[in-house]
Design a binder for this molecule. Structure first.
Ligand SMILES: [Fe+2]
Length: 272
């Protein structure tokens, strides 16, 4: 079967992305999807052109407390008895099969597990940007995702835009890093990429495979016929990355040698 390769640059390293030629989406529109389908409230915000912002939401003690909560939640899932278990050391406690089982559960945690974390983030955004959120009618239940990426493993997802899935187009992406190496392992993003016209983007259809693994969200291969270069934003413990669902992000390889990266993701719909 014919394949298409592209390369992306992240953390000064080059990675190959391979998809099947038959999966490439050839019916692309000549428009900027963010302008057409994105939230009008986000368009009025001061970081609109950049497509993302880093917010100081939790103090260091609050952050460490959040980390403890998450560690306890994962400890329960893994049925670990060690009282000192920390999410940063998760990779020492699981094999590949355990990990797959765990991420099935952490992908769709009930929101009440993280209610206090969520409340603080939402009320901060409401105070600062006058943004509030409403129920997303296109999804069955509100979810909080806990992403877990082990070091030295290919725990990653493809370069993508959540906004390609219509249910997320009016939402705000909220990404809160819980553990890992804050120097080099935050979520890779391409600043301003939410404003790139579709005609310049080479992308697959939904449910295509990247390097042999199938993903729901369409996989982005190139912009303007060029390989993509990602930026890893500098995030400190307690800070939260917020961004447009049309900003290209992903391929979040964990570059740390010995720390599991975990992050909480919320994707609430903006109340307009
Ligand atoms: Fe995403």
């Amino acid at each position: 079967m014919a394949k298409i390769n592209s390369y992306i640059k992240v953390n000064k390293k080059k990675f190959k992305i391979q998809v099947q030629k038959k999966d490439i989406n050839l019916k692309k529109k000549n428009c900027i999807l963010y302008n057409k389908y994105g939230s009008n409230l986000l368009k009025k915000i001061d970081w609109n052109k950049k497509g993302y912002s880093i917010e100081n939401i939790f103090t260091l003690p609050e952050h460490l407390n959040n980390q403890k909560k998450i560690s306890n939640c994962v400890k329960k899932i893994l049925k670990i008895k060690n009282r000192n278990f920390s999410i940063e050391n998760y990779h020492y406690c699981v094999n590949d099969a355990d990990h797959l089982r765990t991420i099935q559960k952490t992908r769709e945690l009930k929101i009440d597990v993280f209610q206090s974390i969520k409340d603080k983030i939402y009320s901060y955004l409401n105070d600062k940007y006058k943004i509030s959120f409403k129920k997303n009618k296109m999804i069955k239940k509100e979810i909080a995702l806990l992403r877990i990426h082990r070091p030295k493993k290919n725990d990653l997802n493809p370069p993508h835009r959540d906004g390609y899935l219509r249910c997320w187009s009016k939402s705000l992406n909220i990404w809160y890093m819980i553990s890992g190496s804050f120097k080099n392992s935050a979520l890779p993003i391409i600043p301003k990429s939410h404003l790139v016209n579709e005609k310049f983007i080479q992308v697959t259809r939904s449910n295509s495979k990247m390097n042999g693994t199938k993903y729901t969200v369409p996989i982005i291969l190139r912009i303007n016929n060029k390989n993509m270069s990602f930026k890893i934003p500098k995030i400190k413990p307690g800070q939260v990355l917020i961004f447009s669902p049309f900003l290209i992000h992903g391929f979040g390889k964990n570059f740390s040698a010995n720390k599991t990266r975990s992050s909480l993701e919320f994707r609430p719909e903006i109340n307009e």
